[in-house]
Write a protein that binds this ligand. Structure first.
Ligand code: HEM
Ligand code: HEM
Length: 178
C-alpha cells in the first residue's frame, strides 16, 4: 500500500488520519452530549478534562493532516455531475473547517470561564481570551451549535459515501479503505 496518495487511491497516511480522526470526532460528539447532561460531580469534571484534552489532540492532528494534504495529490473524484463534485468538495472543506472550529471554540470557552486547559496533565495551554461571562455564553452556544451542524454534515457525508458504494457502485468508498 502506498504511503502517499495516488490518482486513484488515498495513501496509508491519509487513510490513517481519516479513520482515526473520524472515530475520535464521533466519540467526542457523543461524549460531549452525554457529559453535559450529568449531575455535577468529580466524575463529570474528569470527563470534561478528557473531553478538552482529546479536543486539543484533534486540533493537533487536523493541523498535521492539512499539512500532509498540501504535500499530496488528491485522488480524482468518481465520474459524477459537476454540482455533485462541487458539493463533495465543499463538504470536505467544511469538515476540515469544523475540525478546527470545534476545538478552538471549546478552548476559548474554557479560557472565558477562567479554567485553563490541561493536555492530559502533561502541560497547560495558554488562555486564548480573558475570563468574561458574555464571551463564555457566546462560545458555549457557538460550540453547541457547531456540534449539531457537524453531526448533520457527518450524516450527509456518510450517506453520500454509502450512495456511491451501493447505488452508483463506484470506487469512492473503496479508495478510502483499500
Ligand atoms: C473535535 C472537537 C470537539 C467536539 C466534537 C466537541 C463536542 C462537544 C459537544 C457535542 C458538546 C455538548 C454541547 C452541548 O450540548 O452543550 C461539548 C461540550 C463541551 N465542550 Fe467540546 N468538543 C470538542 C472540543 C472541545 C475542546 C478542545 C474543549 C476545551 C478545550 C471543549 C470544551 C467543552 C466544554 C467545556 C463543554 C461543556 C459545555 C457546557 O457545559 O455547557 N470541547 N463539546
Ligand atoms: C462515518 C463514517 C465515514 C465514512 C464512511 C467516510 C467516508 C469517506 C470517503 C469514502 C471519503 C473519500 C471521498 C472522496 O474522495 O470522494 C472521505 C473523505 C473525507 N472524509 Fe470521511 N467518512 C466518514 C467519516 C468522516 C468524519 C467523521 C469526518 C470528519 C469529521 C470525515 C472527514 C472527511 C474529509 C475531510 C474527507 C476529505 C479527505 C481529503 O480528500 O482530504 N469523514 N470520507
Amino acid at each position: 500500500m502506498d504511503i502517499r496518495n495516488t490518482p486513484t487511491h488515498y495513501g496509508l497516511i491519509a487513510k490513517l488520519f481519516h479513520w482515526i480522526m473520524s472515530l475520535i470526532v464521533i466519540c467526542m460528539l457523543c461524549i460531549g452530549l452525554y457529559m453535559v447532561s450529568l449531575p455535577n460531580s468529580l466524575d463529570k469534571l474528569q470527563i470534561y478534562g478528557y473531553h478538552k484534552a482529546t479536543g486539543i489532540l484533534v486540533l493537533s492532528l487536523v493541523t498535521l493532516r492539512v499539512l500532509w494534504r498540501c504535500f499530496n495529490i488528491s485522488p480524482t473524484l468518481a465520474p459524477m455531475p459537476n454540482w455533485q463534485k462541487i458539493s463533495a468538495h465543499s463538504l470536505h472543506i467544511a469538515l476540515y473547517v469544523f475540525m478546527f472550529a470545534m476545538p478552538l471554540t471549546g478552548w476559548m470557552m474554557s479560557s472565558a470561564a477562567g479554567i485553563p486547559v490541561s493536555f492530559f496533565g502533561l502541560f497547560v495551554l495558554p488562555d486564548l481570551v480573558s475570563p468574561n461571562p458574555t464571551l463564555l455564553t457566546f462560545f458555549d452556544q457557538t460550540h453547541k451549535t457547531l456540534a449539531f451542524i457537524l453531526i448533520g454534515m457527518i450524516l450527509l457525508h456518510l450517506l453520500a459515501a454509502l450512495k456511491h458504494h451501493f447505488i452508483n457502485k463506484d470506487d469512492t468508498l473503496r479508495k478510502m479503505i483499500k
